[in-house]
Design a protein around this ligand. Structure first.
Ligand SMILES: Cc1cc2nc3c(=O)[nH]c(=O)nc-3n(C[C@H](O)[C@H](O)[C@H](O)COP(=O)(O)OP(=O)(O)OC[C@H]3O[C@@H](n4cnc5c(N)ncnc54)[C@H](O)[C@@H]3O)c2cc1C
Length: 411
């Protein structure tokens, strides 16, 4: 049966957009990916790929390549005020920390292995207008000439322009700040740790230092409770560094060294924000990844949800021969539970990593952590496994088994 609606615009070529382009191209659609960035990012943020995300990459045959570029953490080191030695807890190597750019590059290399002509890529441009009718969507761009597409997908992240254009009402009530600002930067591994996450928590603030692949560098995440979200792009590097130093400047542990390293690095600060929407599609336009359901960077679930969402959307479009109405409906149904589970994680991480408590409550919490880690080590000795990441456990990967078959038109 011929496929309908093959000419699909994907706004955003990050994790969700690249994975979607790959799946759609494999199934005979001809996607165009437009991204505001001038090209693939060479530095900057890291993402965590969750257990279910890694399972999916394994099914795609990309798990080995992605694992070789990322790192698993097998140990949690909780540093407690007044103690020199950290409390150690084993971690299931469920998720993988990887540069955002590396993950996206692996997906594009896979697209390039297909017939490249199936995916058109436009860098350095953005959608500025959408007008839908019964048979298609007229799209205007900041730079390129207007074009008409059968369908439009917003995979353009937390501040998605497609979401703002397609869902005409104010975007504000869809963005839910969690009243915590998150700073990230890279530093040399002055802790000397291997495959480890090191934590130190104080009232209303905390630090997580994760080893990067090879263990020579750290990805440092600082959590700062604040009722006033830092608007992205509103502060320069000097102001961002001052804000971090004012928050952590009096703290012990290795903070003086970490702050010294921050002064030599580029620091990113963003308010922890989630996206909440009742529906993710409007007529011919649909959202995936952070644009639809950002769970917050602290959740460590965004990349996994983006990958699963891309598979579900492409799968439903392929199974319905491009009929977008039923496909969008089934895609949302397939992803709702996973998105809800992912959203529940960030508030828990914020509560653990920057607890809103007074110093004496902090003291009690730290001792409770020590007891918990001893109990976990004992469980492991007895052969009982520690808890595994539950997000996406009910996602019906097997429903999309046919998507893993050879690409349409091959052999
Ligand atoms: C600053 C930052 C730090 C993060 N840190 C972490 C972390 O430490 N750990 C973690 O697990 N997750 C982190 N995340 C979240 C993670 O990156 C996302 O959840 C994940 O990449 C989801 O994939 P996505 O495709 O929806 O979004 P992305 O991968 O972010 O892709 C969105 C794409 O849209 C493009 N875009 C943006 N605006 C436009 C526009 N106007 N027009 C066209 N294209 C546009 C972007 O260039 C990008 O390529 C972070 C996110 C951000 C923004």
């Amino acid at each position: 049966m011929p496929i309908n609606n093959t000419n699909i615009l994907i706004s955003g070529g990050g994790v969700a957009g690249s994975a979607l382009a790959l799946w759609l191209a494999r199934k005979g659609f001809t996607p165009t990916v437009v991204d505001a960035a001038p090209g693939p990012r060479s530095e900057g943020d890291h993402v965590e790929v969750s257990r279910r995300g890694l399972e999916l990459l394994d099914r795609m045959g990309l798990g080995g390549r992605v694992r070789a570029l990322g790192s698993h953490h097998t140990q949690l080191r909780t540093h407690i005020s007044g103690r020199t030695e950290p409390v150690l807890m084993p971690l299931e190597p469920d998720s993988l920390l990887i540069r955002h750019e590396s993950l996206v590059r692996v997906l594009w290399e896979e697209i390039d292995r297909l017939d490249q002509a199936r995916v058109e890529r436009v860098d350095g441009d953005t959608v500025t207008g959408l007008a839908q009718d019964r048979t298609g969507v007229d799209v205007t761009f900041a730079h390129a000439e207007p074009r008409r597409f059968d369908l439009v997908v917003g995979a353009d992240g937390l501040y998605s322009p497609v979401r703002r254009l397609a869902f005409a009402e104010s975007d504000e009530n869809r963005l839910r700040p969690l009243e915590i600002n998150v700073a990230t930067f890279e530093a040399p591994n002055m802790l000397g740790t291997r495959n480890a996450l090191s934590w130190h928590v104080w009232p209303y603030r905390g630090c997580v230092a994760a080893t990067l692949p090879g263990d020579e560098r750290l990805f440092v995440t600082l959590l700062m409770r604040d009722r006033f979200p830092v608007r992205p792009g509103s502060l320069d590097q000097g102001a961002l560094r001052r804000m971090v130093e004012e928050t952590f400047g009096a703290d012990g542990w290795r903070m003086p060294e970490l702050l010294a390293a921050m002064r030599q690095a580029t620091v990113h600060v963003a308010p922890e924000t989630q996206v909440r929407m009742d529906v993710w599609s409007r007529d011919r336009v649909v959202l995936i990844g952070d644009a639809a359901t950002c769970s917050g960077q602290l959740s460590g679930q965004g990349a996994g949800v983006a990958l699963l969402g891309a598979l579900a959307l492409a799968g439903e479009l392929a199974y319905s021969d491009g009929e977008h109405g039923p496909a969008y409906f089934s895609y949302e149904a397939a992803m709702r539970a996973t998105a809800r589970e992912a959203r529940a994680v960030a508030p828990q991480v914020a509560d653990t990593g920057a607890p809103e408590v007074e110093p004496y409550e902090m003291w009690v919490r730290e001792r409770a952590d020590a007891v918990l880690s001893r109990a976990t080590r004992l469980m492991n000795k007895l052969g009982l496994r520690t808890a595994r990441d539950p997000v996406g456990r009910d996602f019906a990967l097997e429903r999309y088994a046919k998507m893993f078959d050879a690409p349409e038109g091959d052999g």
